[in-house]
Design a protein around this ligand. Structure first.
Ligand code: FES
Ligand code: FES
Length: 158
């Protein structure tokens, strides 16, 4: 089948890529660009492990065709702050919000999208924001606490 040529930005770097019409964004990011933080899990939109930001909006990359991202901007956790973890990531780490960490990249991007627009979210708003991101280890409580009290100004907890 004829390949499709796309131009887009991944983590603030311009890319030009030939993709198959059936390639998903998740396959393109992991297999063609070597960025492995979006995880392959359910591969059908149920778990959120493959979450990336598409033009700053959290989406499930297993549900999007790579051909659809022509002209768009994709961000993974690697692109949030390339030199070091963001204050939000440090906050999650200090508060032991994750255990195995499999859900962490997707959860952090869902949190990032919410906190960009709302720095003091309610518990209900947090629950809604991460409702598409499954975590099999933590019971969600520490993740929710971190997002309700993000304390991102100094990057330090009180
Ligand atoms: S792998 Fe995409 S939602 Fe589960
Ligand atoms: S910390 Fe293990 S899946 Fe969330």
């Amino acid at each position: 089948m004829k390949k499709i040529n796309i131009n887009f930005e991944l983590n603030n770097e311009g890319w030009n890529l030939d993709v198959e019409p059936s390639d998903t964004l998740l396959e393109a990011v992991r297999d063609k660009m070597g960025v492995k933080s979006p995880k392959i899990a359910c591969d059908r939109g149920d778990c959120g492990a493959c979450t990336v930001l598409l033009d700053n909006k959290a989406v499930r990359s297993c549900l999007i065709l790579a051909a659809e991202i022509d002209g768009h901007k994709i961000t993974t956790v690697e692109g949030l702050c390339p030199q070091e973890p963001t204050p939000l990531q440090k906050h999650f780490a200090r508060n032991n919000a994750f255990q195995c960490g499999f859900c962490a990249p997707g959860m952090i991007l869902a949190a990032h999208e919410l906190l960009q627009n709302n720095q003091k979210p309610s518990r209900e708003e947090v629950q809604e924001a991460i409702s598409g991101n499954l975590c099999r280890c933590t019971g969600y409580e520490k993740i929710i606490e971190c997002m309700v009290n993000p304390d991102l100004k100094s990057g330090e907890d009180k």
